[in-house]
Design a protein. Structure first.
Length: 288
């Protein structure tokens, strides 16, 4: 009678549990290695950031304005309210080439050094941003200053067409109202001078003319007041402007925060690997 030996398959789940437990024990036993890795990594990252190439950076603050309807009662949607407008103008090819020519920076350096960000207003998330920061980084202070100011001016020029037209319209309206008021005042003076020499019937006619002129004058004064208010709204709220042109200051080419974070993460990973493979390496070198 022949006997067959039964083959038993290894319990993979048990081996996996043993391996995981072994790794956890290694991490617990040498917990200080990941900690040392983080500390050393952060220190190296900070030193690399501080010791990196020095560059100049300037930041200009731009107010894009809030457009309203012609009567001033309803906010409108347009270039100034689109959150992508500022970045598209600042980093557009036409802007880069023109500003590079004006500032002296190379197209490549300028394209790499331009960035924009919105300043949160604290209002509802649906409310459009009104303030933006335009940053330019480069190797020469004067060039960076000129480039930052030029880009900010192009943004104001690009989003302010509607507000500038409104300002022009209201200024023309004010000038027209003032001319008409001056003409009415002159006419009323002439009528009043005639009344002293007029007869009874003529006085009645001249008085009617004065009453009509006075009514017209009141209407013009109301229109003048409204135009002044709308002009103030266009100039102080709707019209974009540069609040701060910025002055270039020395900085590092690398971000200190990013460098320390990345280096710290790398140090942590290396520390974990060192803790896990400490025993196998020590066994091979005879130092376990």
């Amino acid at each position: 009678m022949s006997t067959r030996q039964e083959k038993t398959e290894p319990d993979l789940d048990t081996e996996r549990e043993v391996d995981v437990g072994h790794y956890l024990d290694a991490l617990v036993a040498r917990w200080w290695l990941p900690l040392v890795g983080i500390v050393v990594g952060v220190a190296i990252g900070y030193l690399l950031a501080v010791g990196g190439n020095q560059v100049f950076k300037a930041e200009a603050t731009v107010y894009v304005g809030t457009p309203f309807s012609p009567g001033g009662g309803t906010p409108l949607q347009g270039l100034a309210t689109n959150p992508n407008t500022v970045a598209r103008i600042a980093r557009g090819q036409e802007t880069i080439q023109k500003v590079a020519s004006e500032s002296g920076m190379s197209v490549r350096e300028l394209r790499a050094g331009v960035s924009t960000r919105a300043i949160k207003s604290g209002l509802a998330k649906t409310a459009p941003n009104q303030l933006y920061v335009v940053s330019v980084q480069g190797s020469h202070k004067d060039e960076v200053n000129r480039a930052t100011a030029a880009i900010a001016e192009r943004i104001v020029e690009g989003v302010g067409g509607y507000a500038r037209l409104k300002r022009k319209t209201f200024r023309e309206e004010l000038a027209s109202d003032n001319r008409q008021l001056a003409a009415i005042d002159q006419h009323m003076d002439e009528v009043q001078a005639e009344m002293g020499r007029a007869s009874g019937t003529e006085r009645l006619t001249l008085a009617t003319l004065l009453l009509t002129a006075e009514q017209r004058r009141g209407t013009l004064e109301q229109d003048l007041l409204q135009a002044r208010q709308l002009l103030a709204l266009a100039e102080q709220v709707e019209l974009p402007s540069i609040l701060d042109r910025g002055v270039a200051t020395k900085t590092t080419a690398r971000s200190t925060r990013n460098s320390t974070a990345v280096a710290g993460l790398i140090g942590l990973i290396l520390g974990l690997l060192a803790a896990l493979f400490w025993e196998p390496i020590a066994a091979r070198t005879g130092r376990r």
